[in-house]
Write a protein that binds this ligand. Sequence first.
Ligand code: SF4
Length: 172
Amino acid sequence: MDLTAEYPLNELLIGGTEINYLFICPTKLWYFSHGITMEQENEWVDLGRFLHERRYASEEKEVQIGGIKIDFIRKGDTIEVHEVKLGKSMERAHEMQALYYIYYLKRLGIKAKAVLHYPKLNETKEVTLDGREEEVEEAIREVQRVKSLPAPPEPVKSKKCKKCAYYELCWV
Ligand code: SF4
């Protein structure tokens, strides 16, 4: 579903995935933002897609509003942005991505809140922008800084690397 015409975009900022990756690993953000995509080869991503499709089959998914693509939305008094995630180990990254979407929609004059879904855990988490705009703006600036680097930031090994699609680029 493309709601771009309904909510015309004034300005493309950055992608929600880039905000997400900033909080997972700046090296990953750099690779991704330079067009190096290996996600399709990663079984964890495939599992996430499978869960997403099955559990939320009745929702209209992949909603495009301007420059952002949201897993699905529900319309009421306030727009609800819904993001489906596999597990909570990257919860901070998920939350910042959701905050970025709400921030972005606010700039288009759309009042929104977000709900993170963790179907494997049967949990949801509501996210609102209240008092957190500066946090988002700082993250946007940091994404822009990392993207502008001439080479990827030095990788830092962590337990996140095991499930990362870029593992071979960093460590093999
Ligand atoms: S393998 Fe580790 S260091 Fe490399 S991009 Fe992935 S998370 Fe970052």
